[in-house]
Design a protein around this ligand. Sequence first.
Ligand SMILES: *[C@@H]1O[C@H](CO)[C@@H](O)[C@H](O)[C@H]1NC(C)=O
Ligand SMILES: *[C@@H]1O[C@H](CO)[C@@H](O)[C@H](O)[C@H]1NC(C)=O
Ligand SMILES: *[C@@H]1O[C@H](CO)[C@@H](O)[C@H](O)[C@H]1NC(C)=O
Ligand SMILES: *[C@@H]1O[C@H](CO)[C@@H](O)[C@H](O)[C@H]1NC(C)=O
Ligand SMILES: *[C@H]1O[C@@H](CO)[C@H](O)[C@@H](O)[C@@H]1NC(C)=O
Ligand SMILES: CC(=O)N[C@H]1CO[C@H](CO)[C@@H](O)[C@@H]1O
Length: 579
Amino acid sequence: MRSSKEVLPKCLLLILFAYILLEKNGVEASHRISSTEELQNVPPATISNRTGYHFQSPKNWINDPNGPMYYNGIYHLFYQFNPLAPVWGNIVWAHSYSTDMVNWKPLRHAIYPTKPFDINGCWSGSATILPGNKPVIMYTGIDEQNRQVQNIAFPKNLSDPYLREWVKPDYNPVIKPEGDINSSAFRDPTTAWYGPDSHWKTIIGSRNGRLGMAVLYKSRDFIKWVKADNPLHSAQNAGMWECPDFFPVLPKPMLGVDNSVIRNGLKHVFKVSLDETRYDYYTVGTYDFIHNKYVPNGLSPDNNTGLRFDYGNFYASKTFFDEGKGRRVLWGWSNESDSTQEDWEKGWAGIQTIPRALWLDGNGRQVVQWPIEEVNKLRKKEVGIRRKIVKSGSVIEIKGIEAAQADVEVSFDLSSSLEKAEKFNLSWTDPQKLCGQKGADEKGGIGPFGLFVLATDDREERTAVFFRIFKEGQKHVILMCHDPTKSSKRTGLYKPTYGGFVDYDLSKSGGKLSLRTLIDHSVVESFGAKGRTCITSRIYPNFAVGSNARLFAFNNGAEEVKIIELTAWEMKKPFMNGI
Ligand SMILES: *[C@@H]1O[C@H](CO)[C@@H](O)[C@H](O)[C@H]1NC(C)=O
Ligand SMILES: *[C@@H]1O[C@H](CO)[C@@H](O)[C@H](O)[C@H]1NC(C)=O
Ligand SMILES: *[C@@H]1O[C@H](CO)[C@@H](O)[C@H](O)[C@H]1NC(C)=O
Ligand SMILES: *[C@@H]1O[C@H](CO)[C@@H](O)[C@H](O)[C@H]1NC(C)=O
Ligand SMILES: *[C@H]1O[C@@H](CO)[C@H](O)[C@@H](O)[C@@H]1NC(C)=O
Ligand SMILES: CC(=O)N[C@H]1CO[C@H](CO)[C@@H](O)[C@@H]1O
């Protein structure tokens, strides 16, 4: 993702700025980073604000997850990486492997600029497993003429369990921007799928003026690719579609299928990363594999008011089919929300969110996501409460664990007060705005209620994760929010309130509503109603750090709320790329 044109000048400025900054501190640095030897001049990453169990690089900048795959019992994750600095630039494909997607070991960089077809950059792409269990990667190279072209790479040695070396054949690029394709807006090929017409197909993100496009290409042999007459999908007024993703889903919890599977009852998910808003949006729909068209089901908007995998800080996401456990797994990038100056001081920037299993909700309207079960292996000390009333205006502290690195699951019972919910106003169409207007201190009928995480004893610093319940005719509307406005005494932080509606029927659940929140020093990742609405925020408390971070349940609504059960676990630190 990202166009170098937009980012590079800014990036150079930042490097220059850091140079001045480092000079002031008496540290030698170069403002023109051009060789790997200069890597030594970058100060090592400090532990400041580092997450404990989220995917990270030991230092420097990371962005998009690339080519996630499962091969012979091993998970691979590649990612966009700057080997030289904690800001965007010099992008290569860094490579890590794992047997559980929780503990990660680093390998040498898999793909980096060496040839005319990628000499100016190796940008995002995907892996596909070809017949005979042969992985191939297709990625966007920035060629000698600064065009975005698509290249393929194969493992050098299929017997190497770690697939350490990747070979880029000289016949690359396999797809060039031709005809009316804009060579500066043509990137991020998806995992390919194989059709009944004996062709592989892939899509590439693009735009034509304001028309967002997923350009479709076909191939018999994965080497010679032909552009289809029509895109798989397009939408007016979208701007650039980056990092498209397209895959089949089933309405079965935890179950996934390979991209090439076609069968009755299958739906497809189509996702794009909108460069203009910097968020990921998706629709659920039908794939017509004869005409190679994707048609959204029309139940949610096909634009930037539509469904999101995550209503917070989450971008450039990508799924893969995990053949080992028969599930579809989603990775997404979460950037820093502190200043670039602080990223230089920290020596690192960017994390990947916790891998999530993803499937179609039983109602067919949206997907459901849940942290992969392997994450539970990290749970150690456990504390909790049961059957407890949280009175209006009160808090309950959950004591006994280090709450800066924790996993919390809570189920609420609202059945006794559902009738007393406030009326929903139909003009409230933007959940993020509504969460901003009605923050965690704004008293409602039912709610705001939920958790204060990364909080100080006096809650002067705290991030609120909460719900509000409204009445709309005979139904209820559930709003889920992250309110980080009081998350830190530090200045210069980006602290947007995030929110999403939760498509969940409280009358069918008997008034029960659940929340799971993963807390990890500088990230809070929440899953409402068993994964129907997800929100991620980056948080940088000043005082609520380490053993000073507290966890509370709170209720600022007029009605009391019952906690059926709340369990909080301190989380172990996995092996994370050598740190
Ligand atoms: C391929 O990898 C296997 C397993 O690591 C190794 O035994 C073999 O020597 C490698 N082959 C080549 C040609 O490097
Ligand atoms: C091509 O894309 C680039 C980058 O998005 C944009 O700046 C440029 O205006 C586009 N050119 C045309 C002809 O649309
Ligand atoms: C998004 O799509 C919805 C439903 O089609 C439509 O009502 C709305 O006006 C669109 N919004 C924007 C900003 O394009
Ligand atoms: C709904 O909100 C709008 C905009 O704030 C306001 O003008 C209107 O009076 C509200 N309607 C009701 C029924 O409260
Ligand atoms: C993450 O950082 C914030 C604050 O700098 C920006 O506003 C976002 O646009 C950015 N997100 C992405 C996906 O780049
Ligand atoms: C959560 C955390 O570690 N916060 C720290 C982030 O870094 C700043 C600056 O070093 C510290 O003041 C915070 O305590």
